[in-house]
Design a protein around this ligand. Structure first.
Ligand code: SAM
Length: 280
């Protein structure tokens, strides 16, 4: 018997991924959670039928959501991750020796528990002594702090259910207040090809919330099958388009996607994205 995961991108576009084994499936308080093995992309986490991360290509996403902001800040010590229950973002964060504290605020404790059990390649750093896992709503968490963090990373699911509020201007303004004077925020902000209006709206909202610096950058995450994947970054201080290390410098940690050249190049937007953002 053949088993296929069908990810529904829209009414007219479905993506099929062959599944070799369903390791776990349950309905948590917030979402349907599945951990499956696939011959094509390895083990993956699926939330409400949407592929979140796969062992084969997650490095691209997690390196780009972490190292672009962290390498733009002069000395990142205190980091907040909202979402990120699979652990890949935390794994990349703890590579930075300047980081003293990572607060991970994940609303669904079942995601953390299942990724600890089935995805150790991503979740092993949850046990790093610098990491605090807080089960709760990231929107509420940021509304209760002021000037507390150097970097905030919004590693959320797609804008459905509890994640809807993470794509709104009110939330970005709240993050601005939660950041220290030279802090930066980055959020995964979907596909400019698949959801152009969302990408445009979020870019405008972050631009209003972070008047000094607000930019979009792109990365290629193969399982996100609509091509370019966007990250929207806001900064109260440093220009995030320029890493703090000079050209040609070597990175103090191992990567498979991020380099200083990729950092700079990621902000070079294709014409269709420039037009989407009225930058053309
Ligand atoms: N897209 C990511 C990737 O590609 O690796 C996956 C990130 S992680 C699995 C997304 C997490 O955001 C989910 O575990 C979900 O429970 C969490 N989440 C959604 N809304 C949230 C909120 N308001 N506060 C905290 N966590 C939230």
């Amino acid at each position: 018997m053949e088993l296929w995961l069908r990810e529904i991108e829209s009414d007219d576009l479905h993506i099929g991924i062959r599944v070799s084994r369903v390791l776990h499936r349950e309905r948590s308080r917030y979402q349907d959670i599945a951990i499956v093995d696939t011959p094509g992309l390895g083990r993956m986490l699926v939330l409400d039928g949407i592929v979140q991360t796969t062992v084969k290509d997650e490095f691209a996403y997690h390196e780009m959501i972490v190292h672009v902001p962290l390498m733009s800040h002069p000395s990142p010590r205190r980091v907040l991750v909202i979402g990120g229950g699979d652990g890949g973002t935390v794994r990349e964060l703890v590579k930075h020796v300047s980081v003293e504290r990572v607060d991970l605020v994940e609303i669904d404790e079942r995601v953390v528990a299942l990724c600890r059990e089935y995805l150790p390649e991503l979740s092993a750093s949850f046990d790093d002594p610098r990491v605090n896992i807080i089960i709760g709503d990231g929107i509420e968490h940021v509304s209760n702090v002021r000037g507390e963090y150097d970097v905030v990373i919004v590693d959320s699911s797609d804008p459905v259910g509890p994640a809807v509020g993470l794509f709104r201007e009110e939330f970005y303004r709240s993050v601005y207040r939660a950041l220290d004077d030279d802090g930066l925020m980055v959020a995964q902000t979907e596909s400019p090809f698949g959801t152009p209006q969302l990408v445009r709206d979020v870019a405008a909202a972050v631009g209003r919330a972070f008047p000094p610096h607000a930019y979009l950058y792109l990365a290629n995450v193969p399982v996100y099958s609509l091509g370019d994947w966007s990250f929207t970054i806001g900064s109260k201080g440093p220009d995030p388009r320029t890493p703090r290390l000079p050209e040609g410098a070597s990175l103090p940690f191992a990567t498979r996607y991020y380099t200083l050249e990729v950092h700079r190049a990621a902000f070079a937007l294709p014409r269709y994205v420039q037009e989407l953002l009225d930058l053309a």
